[in-house]
Every structure is written in structure tokens, then in C-alpha cells.
Design a protein around this ligand. Structure first.
Ligand code: UD1
Length: 434
């Protein structure tokens, strides 16, 4: 597979839009599908991942997995479904050496470490790349795997890890890291004995991964809680499965943010309200009203958004990935809002771009003080990362004039046709290939 949709010079052009109306269907989550793809290393056979988003990170992960020995192709989703089907074949002929240039491009490359060590006892991989929010260490991943018997040689560029049979262990995280939880769980599935993981992360995407692993034959208890107990099984007890990727809660929130800033009423089909509880509650505090049905969320914008204070936290708190959207929304809300970042202190790089649109934002350490203005104005900006790029797109739709967003390849990594979806709601938006 190759990343065809991304052209380095493409721009998204957004004009002031609204009110928005209609329905948008949200596909599966980037932060789930990439881990489900890594999990297919654990057992031979043919997997089908349905509801997979059509995004560049899936292509990069597919190339990475192909390089270690899997064979992967996509099929369009049948009528009535969204996203695409990923057909992944694992014949057991795996070389646990991941090409540097691919692993370096996405954070989720680190998710190969647990399954490759667990099944093949070896891993040689670059340090993971991905969005640049400042330092993103992997010490918890490595400490947990060391407690299970792995030995690592970490250099400035990469990690070489080895083990004989991994052993179950009692591991307690200092912090509920998403990636470290996923890696330990995937390593523990084939370990000898019982692994108890305390202070585990419990994001919906981790529940999705555990659900697929259980379907494959893994023994995992405590799914959805902060203590996971994994009893290792023999490789012959695992089998390939078909699994539907959980809906993307950040893409869901993006379309809610768009209607909130542009006005109108939009149904976000397939959005799972249970996975977005805290965020929906804070959106409600901002004046957005919601109607929840069995398969989606309908959001109606207020006359003007109200300011609130928000702090990002691990799930079930307000996710850091929502934060650029919240800051964009507060930039046109009535009053002053303070946004506190508790996960990535460096995750405010997009603020400079929002200021170009007229936002009044001051950064003080890991706090952003956002003074709502009546109107933003169109400007030329660049997307610094996936979520910030989406927030700039949404802000551009609320800004009189024309906003041109560059570096859209960042957005392509995590958003499945954001332009087409927003246009279908009535937004004035297009993508220009330069
Ligand atoms: C995942 C998501 C990312 C999201 C983040 C938090 C993917 C591909 N990415 O990233 O979109 O923003 O969860 O919800 O799923 N940390 C350490 N040592 C470690 C591991 C993490 O210090 O070994 C720190 C990180 O630097 C960060 C915090 O813990 O400050 C959270 O990181 P983590 O939960 O691991 O996030 P990721 O899995 O990298």
C-alpha cells in the first residue's frame, strides 16, 4: 500500500459556513485500528477488520506489518457500512525487524513490540514517531516488558529486545499510559502464567483491543477497568477473527465542534455517547444540546457558545486529543476559559495558528487562557499535527473570509475525508491539489 491521498503541497480552503445540517457517518478510530492491526501478529490466519478508517496511518501501519511478513489488502465497505475492510493474512512467516523509516512515522509502531516479543521473542525497531507534542518516552512499556523477562538495548535510534518465554508479572504503572497498557496486554496474552496490570489505561480503544484479543482466544479479565488480569495461553489456542473497529470519538467530537461553531443541527451517526460522557457533559456546559439515540448523537448549536474551564485527563476524563477543538471553540465563546493540559505540556503548538485567525489565547505553562472574541477572521495557517489540523479546519469554517490550511498531510493521517464529510453538512470547504 502507498500513501496516495497525501500531497505535501495540498491545502484545505474553508470559508465561513453555517448553519450546518444533515448527517455525517463517523468511521472507526485511528487509535484503535492501528493496535488491532498489530494484534494480528499474535496468531496465524486471515483477519478482517471492518469499519476501518481510510486514513494514512493505516497505510503506514499496513506497510510496516507487510515489511515484517503479513499480507494486507483493503476492500471497500459494502453498502450500509462505512470505512473499509482490512484483510490481513498472517502465515506465521515473520521477521521481527521493523524498517526504521516506517516505524519512525507513527506512534503506534511501538505497538509491535509487545506482540513480536510475546510470540517470537525478538524485536528490532526504531523509536516510535508520530505527532510531536514534546517528549514521548516509552519507559513504562519497556519496564513492564522487562518485568516479564525481556531485555532491551535502547540506542538513540531504536530498540532491540529479546526474551525467551515471557513470564506473567505483577505490574503497576505510575500513570495509565495508553500505549504501554496495550503493549503489556498483547505481550501477556502468550506469556507463561498470569499478568496483573494495575493502573492500566481504560480508553474505549483499549476495551476494543481487549475485546478482539478475547475473541481470538486470549484470557483477559477486568476489561474496561484499571486492573487487567491476563492469563497466558498457548499460541495454538489463538485464532484469527473478524472484528469491527470501534467508532472514532475524536472524529465524532470534531463534527460536533463544527456545528457548535458554525450553528445548526447535525446528527453524528455511529458516535458512541458512552465513550464521550465527560466531553459531552462539558459541551453541554458550553450550551450545545444533544439528542442521543441508539446509533448516534444529534448536536444543536447555541446562539453563542459559553466559556468553560477544562482539564485534560486519562479516560474517562476529557481526552487530550479533544483539546485543540475545545480551544478553537472557546476562542469564539462568550467569556474566558482556561484549558489545562495534564498529559503533554508541549501540546499547544497550534495556538500560534489560531492566533493568526484572530483568537485571543495566552499560554502560561500548561494552561491556555482563551478570551472569546465575537468573530475570528480568515487567514493562512498550517496544520501542526492531526487534531490541531482538524481544529484549524473547524475554526476556518467559523471565520469570516477565507482560511487556507497547509500541511494537510497531518490531517490525512487521522481523518477519513474530513473535507467531504463537512461539505456534505453544507460547509464551504474544498481541498486543492497544488
Ligand atoms: C495515545 C494516542 C494519542 C493520545 C494519547 C493519550 C495512539 C496512537 N495515540 O498515545 O492520540 O493523545 O494516547 O490519550 O493511540 N508516558 C511516559 N512513559 C511511557 C508512556 C507514556 O512518560 O512509557 C507519558 C507520555 O509522555 C504522556 C503520557 O504518558 O505524557 C500519556 O501517554 P500515553 O497514554 O502512553 O499515550 P500514547 O499511547 O503515546
Amino acid at each position: 500500500m502507498t500513501v496516495e491521498s497525501s500531497h505535501e503541497t495540498d491545502v484545505i480552503v474553508a470559508a465561513q459556513s453555517g448553519p450546518l445540517s444533515g448527517e455525517v457517518v463517523v468511521p472507526g478510530a485511528k487509535n484503535s485500528v492501528l493496535k488491532l492491526m498489530a494484534a494480528t501478529l499474535l496468531a496465524d490466519g486471515q483477519y478482517v477488520l471492518t469499519n476501518a478508517p481510510v486514513i494514512d496511518d493505516v497505510v503506514i501501519m499496513a506497510d510496516l506489518l507487510t515489511a515484517v511478513g503479513l499480507s494486507i489488502h483493503t476492500e471497500p465497505a459494502p453498502a450500509g457500512e462505512t470505512g473499509q475492510h482490512l484483510i490481513i493474512r498472517n502465515s506465521g512467516n515473520i521477521t521481527p525487524v521493523a524498517p526504521f523509516e516506517l516505524a519512525d512515522r507513527i506512534r503506534a509502531s511501538v505497538n509491535l513490540v509487545g506482540p513480536l516479543l510475546g510470540r517470537f521473542g525478538e524485536i528490532d525497531i526504531a523509536l516510535p514517531g508520530g505527532d510531536d507534542f514534546g517528549g514521548r518516552p516509552i519507559d513504562m512499556h519497556l519496564r513492564g516488558l522487562e518485568a516479564m523477562g525481556a531485555v532491551f538495548d535502547v540506542t538513540a535510534d531504536g530498540i532491540v529486545g529479546r526474551c525467551s518465554q515471557l513470564q506473567g508479572a505483577d505490574i503497576e504503572f505510575d500513570f495509565p499510559s495508553v500505549g504501554a497498557t496495550e503493549n503489556i496486554v498483547m505481550a501477556a496474552v502468550l506469556a507463561h502464567g498470569v499478568t496483573t496490570l494495575r493502573n492500566a489505561a481504560r480508553e474505549p480503544e483499549i476495551v476494543d483491543l481487549c475485546s478482539m484479543l478475547k475473541k481470538m482466544g486470549a484470557r483477559i479479565e477486568g476489561i474496561g477497568s484499571s486492573t487487567l488480569v491476563i492469563t497466558g495461553v498457548l499460541p495454538s489456542s489463538l485464532q484469527a477473527v473478524t472484528h469491527e473497529v470501534v467508532t472514532d470519538r475524536v472524529q465524532s467530537a470534531t463534527y460536533i465542534a463544527a456545528v457548535a461553531m458554525c450553528g445548526g443541527t447535525v446528527r453524528v451517526a455511529r458516535a458512541v455517547s458512552e465513550h464521550m460522557g465527560m466531553m459531552l457533559s462539558r459541551f453541554t456546559d458550553m450550551g450545545i444540546s444533544f439528542h442521543i439515540d441508539t446509533d448516534g448523537i444529534t448536536a444543536t448549536a447555541p446562539e453563542r457558545l459559553h466559556s468553560i474551564d477544562v482539564a485534560t485527563l486519562p479516560y474517562p476524563g476529557v481526552a487530550t486529543d479533544y483539546k485543540p477543538l475545545i480551544v478553537a471553540m472557546l476562542s469564539v465563546a462568550d467569556g474566558v476559559g482556561i484549558v489545562t493540559e495534564n498529559l503533554y505540556p508541549g501540546r499547544f503548538r497550534y495556538v500560534e495558528e489560531l492566533r493568526k485567525l484572530g483568537a485571543d489565547i495566552t499560554i502560561d505553562g500548561h494552561h491556555a487562557v482563551v478570551r472569546g472574541v465575537e468573530h475570528l477572521h480568515g487567514a493562512t495557517v498550517v496544520a501542526p499535527d492531526i487534531r490541531a489540523g482538524a481544529a484549524l479546519v473547524v475554526a476556518g469554517l467559523a471565520a469570516p473570509g477565507i482560511t487556507e490550511i497547509g500541511d494537510v498531510f497531518h490531517i490525512d493521517r487521522g481523518y477519513d475525508d474530513i473535507v467531504g464529510r463537512l461539505a456534505s453538512l453544507g460547509a464551504s470547504i474544498s481541498r486543492i491539489r497544488q
